[in-house]
Design a protein around this ligand. Sequence first.
Ligand SMILES: [Zn+2]
Ligand SMILES: [Zn+2]
Length: 172
Amino acid sequence: MSIGRFRYRIILDCVNHAGYTVCMRNGEYELVKAPDGYPGKKYRGRYCYEHHLVWWETTGSIPGDGEIIHHKNGKKRDNRYENLELQDHKEHSRYHTSQRGRLVATIKCPFCGEVFEREARLTHVRKRKVSMTFCSRICIGKFFKRGVKIPKQEKDKIAENSIVSIETKIGG
Ligand SMILES: [Zn+2]
Ligand SMILES: [Zn+2]
């Protein structure tokens, strides 16, 4: 949610659904004029996130360090209180990771032929420094202990042929 990453888009006097005057957008987030006495973080001295303002007006508190206000329906401009939920950073990123789904590779071990599933980011499908993926350390050891230098081209071929499927799995 770092505000520095986006360029503000200034929209003056655009009153949104909730009656707030939207002053700027930061990516998908809307910033509105902070009212007097607003204790939360202000940007350029007078703007604040609309969802923070709605939260504060309804609950009387602002999110603390390590807390985030999550948009339940995923629409970051839907800042109705019913759409907001306070989460800690950890649970929040865990939630979004599970929503996006994990990319899972099904691989046939190039040494023993066993078919297994592994998160793609832990295999050569995604991990840069890994040239092939084996079912176990034992198979890695046995494969490379043969003492035969395998040309990169052949390694790539073995790696390519070992992929049975790659799919996104939601949840879990
Ligand atoms: Zn969220
Ligand atoms: Zn194996």
